[in-house]
Design a protein around this ligand. Structure first.
Ligand code: ZN
Length: 136
């Protein structure tokens, strides 16, 4: 595998409404998209920092993955997403290396990307997302 860059960092927040002003008024970034991803039970807000993005995640359901994360660990960095080319081949390679996959096959994520997650128990505690831009 050869990631081209860090596509984004996913950051769990309790409320987009209260977190977005920090990123805009203190860090000076611009929120360019807010998108709900019902399959993940989250609402997301995106910021660009150079080639990398920040993805703020607000849970829409306390039983969803981000809701549970916040309950257990509080707000904070939730996952790291690497951009790769050839996502299915990459997943096959990772599985061959004995890493536990949350998604054996790519699925649709925010921003039209194909995504898949690796299990944090196999990745030294870091929930790891791999994403591929299908329009590239
Ligand atoms: Zn993500």
């Amino acid at each position: 595998m050869k990631p081209t860059h860090i596509e984004h960092l996913g950051i769990a927040v309790k409320s987009l409404e209260t977190a977005i002003p920090y990123y805009e008024n203190v860090l000076g970034l611009t929120c360019y998209a807010v998108e709900e991803v019902p399959e993940q039970k989250v609402k997301t807000a995106f910021f660009k920092v150079g080639q990398t993005k920040l993805e703020l995640l607000e849970s829409t359901d306390p039983e969803g993955p981000v809701g549970k994360f916040i309950e257990n660990k509080g707000e904070g960095v939730h996952h790291v997403a690497f951009a790769v080319e050839g996502l299915q081949e990459t997943l096959d390679f990772v599985a061959e290396k004995g890493i536990r996959l949350i998604d054996k096959q790519p699925r649709k994520g925010a921003e039209g990307l194909n995504i898949a997650f690796l299990h944090p128990k196999s990745t030294f505690g870091v929930l790891t997302e791999l994403c591929e831009n299908p329009n590239k």
